[in-house]
Design a protein around this ligand. Structure first.
Ligand code: SAM
Length: 229
């Protein structure tokens, strides 16, 4: 069966455009910057350098997050089930996933794995198997960060409801992401809610957003889990 995102790959930016999303922040630069900021701050709090860390972005799509963040990491790689999406990643270290549940890298290869807005496109029956394979490619004590749309945020729900690439999306609550992490033997380290303020306000209210990070209402959330086994 053809991967869903092969249908959207050619005009992905156009399919993702939404007036409400654009009024929050035009284009994708702010959304990418906030995610890289979250990852770097998480590592900084643990007194760990990202510069020596190897990072894999599962469901990397057209590679935007990798392009934005790779300069902060020792190694940055990606994989996706959609060959159409990966066609835009020529200069990046990316691999095609032959199966939606198999990460095409060696066991124990990465210090950090991210999956950003991927799991709401993964069939419920495949989710735990993919979590387990993500855990397989992590080194012991490696970190998995899943970032997802927050179903408790009404603006997020509205954008998802009208976005053509999300017609088959099934949003995951942070609790579901935490439960899936625990079910494959990972330990939950943190849950952070973000994207409370549009870009123009965030520049003034970054410290308020940081204080709201435990309130489950931000536009998206990040769950950080650690492979302990
Ligand atoms: C909404 S896009 C997000 C792309 C990228 N992570 C980003 O934030 O821009 C969802 C991506 O997840 C990919 N995807 C869907 N199911 C997947 C799976 N089982 N394994 C890996 N990637 C998957 C799609 O092909 C698509 O590229």
């Amino acid at each position: 069966m053809q991967p869903e995102f092969d249908r959207y790959a050619k005009d992905y930016a156009e399919f993702s455009r939404d007036p409400l999303r654009d009024s929050f922040a035009p284009g994708s630069r702010f959304f990418l910057a906030r995610k890289i900021m979250l990852l770097r701050e998480f590592f900084k709090r643990r007194a760990e350098a990202t510069e020596s860390a190897s990072w894999l972005d599962v469901g990397c799509g057209q590679g935007d997050l990798l392009r934005h963040g790779k300069r902060y990491f020792g190694r940055a790689a990606g994989c996706d089930v959609s060959g159409g999406m990966l066609r835009s990643c020529e200069e990046l270290d990316v691999r095609l996933m032959e199966s939606p549940c198999e990460v095409p890298f060696e066991a124990g290869s990465f210090d950090l794995v991210t999956a950003v807005c991927v799991f709401h496109h993964v069939a419920r029956t495949d989710r735990e198997v993919l979590f387990a394979d993500i855990s397989r490619v992590l080194r012991r004590n490696g970190i998995f960060c899943i970032i997802e749309h927050n179903p408790f945020n009404p603006v997020t729900r509205l954008i998802v409801r009208t976005c053509p690439i999300d017609v088959e999306a099934r949003l995951l609550r942070a609790e579901t992401s935490r439960n899936l992490s625990v079910s494959v033997g990972m330990k939950i380290l943190a849950t952070e809610y973000f994207l409370y303020f549009p870009e123009w306000l965030y520049t003034k209210l970054a410290s308020v957003e940081a204080r709201l990070s435990s309130v489950p209402l931000g536009g998206q959330y990040a769950v950080f889990a650690q492979k302990v086994l």
